[in-house]
Ligand binder design. Structure first.
Ligand code: F3S
Length: 105
């Protein structure tokens, strides 16, 4: 007699959370002070996009109550986001090393 026993699959949320904790950097956007110059979206379009309200958003970020945004990123994505931060004329993009807590920019 055949008895079907489906394999136990762990929920994706646990896997995603585990990956998030391993990511080395966090990008932060002080969105209330963004003037919408769009340099970030031009230099790092995989991470930054312009919103209908004229300001940028971090793609896939966590939106906080104070309207700032955060996204944890891998080391391989540091350079693109550092370029975005360097290109912002009002310095509203920040990058923090999650391990050392150092604010890189
Ligand atoms: Fe805003 Fe600076 Fe980008 S002003 S649109 S975060 S380059």
């Amino acid at each position: 007699m055949f008895i079907y026993r489906p394999k136990l699959i762990f929920p994706m949320t646990e896997q995603v959370q585990a990956q998030e904790t391993r990511k080395k950097f966090q990008i932060q956007h002080d969105r209330p002070n963004c003037i919408g110059c769009a340099a970030c979206a031009a230099v790092a379009p995989d991470f930054w996009e312009m919103n209908e309200d004229g300001k940028s958003d971090i793609v896939g970020s966590i939106k906080k109550d104070d309207e700032t945004e955060e996204l944890d990123i891998d080391e391989k994505d540091f350079a693109a986001n550092k370029e975005a931060a360097d290109s912002c004329p009002v310095n509203v993009i920040h990058i923090v090393n999650k391990e050392t807590k150092e604010k890189i920019i």
